[in-house]
Design a protein around this ligand. Structure first.
Ligand SMILES: Nc1nc2c(ncn2[C@@H]2O[C@H](COP(=O)(O)OP(=O)(O)OP(=O)(O)O)[C@@H](O)[C@H]2O)c(=O)[nH]1
Ligand SMILES: [Mg+2]
Length: 406
């Protein structure tokens, strides 16, 4: 993994610097505000430091791989008493996870390459500290089991949890410390979650944004939240189209939001009417398309939505089509798998996860991201329009999956 830091006066510039240098695949591991101390803080702006990482194609194995892990065995002790010294119990791991941020920063500063002389010296000091730790510790089986247990408890698929652990262990030496190990797992999860891809206004083009998915997951509410954000905060020219004509209440629900936000709305029954509506809204920045919720058990109904998305007539020079598959975090993993299968006909889509306020276990976000390879985008965590929505924060999700953070 390549880790680099970028500093700017605001988060956006720092993230852009990271992307310019490391490419779009770079994933943000950490965002830190560096405040000036003393008198300087009165007239100097704070600096935002972004730490970005990039997965290397080939994983270097520095040492022979540790023994295969028995994830289920109850035995937590080693014959060698020196290893037992570090065999964490539940409360110890909680403490480590709670100080994950601090620990991570230490690991990142030790691992990232810097030219600055002073920073080089500081790095060497840190390296020594870490080497000391490495010497008197050692990743042990009990710790591995606890990490695995945490991930599975948070509903990460067992095979995915095993894979993450194995991949991290491949890059460790048998002498690596628990802190190195834990931050390796944390960083690996962030890399697997990937960079969230959200709506970006494109100059001179209309973003045509479809929201599709099962019944009642929050498609219409999510559209209302985003429409409000883009209209009020970004001053964008926004329009709505709904093809959900199966329930009168559905049209009325969207019309209510359209009226409050003073946004034009068109109801369409066929693909032809849809094409006309898009033409009518030519020159708008954003057109949100609400679709009828479809059960994955009724493939014919799912295919109707897929047909609209795939077969509508789009002038690619003027229109940037994006599709968001909306899923609820409260849905069971097996059902989520079936849902993504039912919507597989969508050629390209991003994932929105709703109702994070209704569950503590976020494993499905990682599971479905890895199963579909579709980028994650927004998460919603309540019914309030427009507040309860945000860009998915991979650091937050990773911490939660490891049992730390909120
Ligand atoms: N707790 C919680 N409820 C939400 C969230 N998002 C939406 N809801 C609620 O979920 C219910 C369904 O939301 P809708 O936006 O109508 O869902 P939909 O996907 O458009 O539903 P259909 O059009 O019937 O398929 C409403 O009561 C929303 O207020 C969320 O993030 N958390
Ligand atoms: Mg709806």
């Amino acid at each position: 993994m390549i880790i680099k830091k970028f500093q700017a006066y605001n988060e956006k510039d720092a993230v852009n610097m990271a992307k310019d240098e490391m490419g779009n695949e770079a994933v943000i591991l950490n965002i830190k505000t560096i405040k000036h101390r003393g008198f300087a803080r009165l007239f100097k702006k704070n600096i935002i430091e972004v730490t970005a990482a990039l997965e290397e194609k080939e994983v270097k194995v520095e040492a022979p791989r540790p023994r295969a892990i028995d994830y289920t065995a109850g035995d937590m002790t080693y014959a060698n008493p020196a290893l037992n010294k570090d065999a964490d119990n539940g409360s110890n791991i909680e403490a480590k996870l709670n100080s994950l941020q601090e620990m991570l920063e230490k690991q990142i500063s030790a691992g990232s390459s810097k030219n600055d002389k002073k920073e080089k010296e500081a790095k060497e000091e840190k390296d020594e500290e870490i080497e000391d730790e490495v010497e008197d510790k050692g990743v042990n089986k009990a710790f591995t089991k606890l990490i695995y247990g945490k991930l599975v408890e948070n509903e990460v698929d067992e095979n995915i949890a095993k894979k993450i652990i194995e991949e991290v262990e491949e890059s460790l030496t048998s002498q690596s410390s628990l802190d190195t190990y834990l931050s390796g797992i944390y960083q690996k999860i962030i890399l697997k979650l990937g960079q969230a891809k959200t709506i970006e206004l494109a100059e001179g083009k209309t973003n045509l944004v479809f929201f599709v998915g099962p019944t009642g997951v929050g498609k219409t509410t999510t559209i209302a939240k985003l429409a409000s954000h883009f209209k009020l905060d970004k001053k964008a020219k926004v329009a709505l189209i709904t093809s959900d004509t199966y329930r009168i209440a559905a049209v009325e629900q969207l019309r209510t939001y359209a009226n409050i936000l003073d946004i034009p709305m068109q109801v369409v029954y066929t693909v032809e009417e849809f094409n006309d509506a898009v033409e009518m809204f030519a020159g708008f920045d954003l057109i949100f398309v609400d679709t009828a919720g479809r059960s994955h058990k009724n493939l014919e109904q799912c295919n109707e939505v897929i047909h609209l998305v795939n077969d509508c007539k789009i002038d690619e020079e003027k229109i940037n089509k994006q599709v968001y598959l909306v899923l609820s975090t409260a849905t069971k993993y097996k059902d989520l798998l079936k849902i993504t299968e039912a919507y597989a006909g969508l050629k390209k889509y991003n994932l929105v996860f709703t109702k994070l306020d209704e569950t503590t276990y976020l494993g499905n976000i990682l599971n479905i991201k890895l199963k579909t390879d579709a980028p994650l985008s927004y998460v919603t965590s309540g019914q309030v329009v427009p507040d309860d929505i945000s860009r998915l924060n991979a650091q937050k999700v990773a911490k939660q999956l490891l049992g730390g953070g909120e």
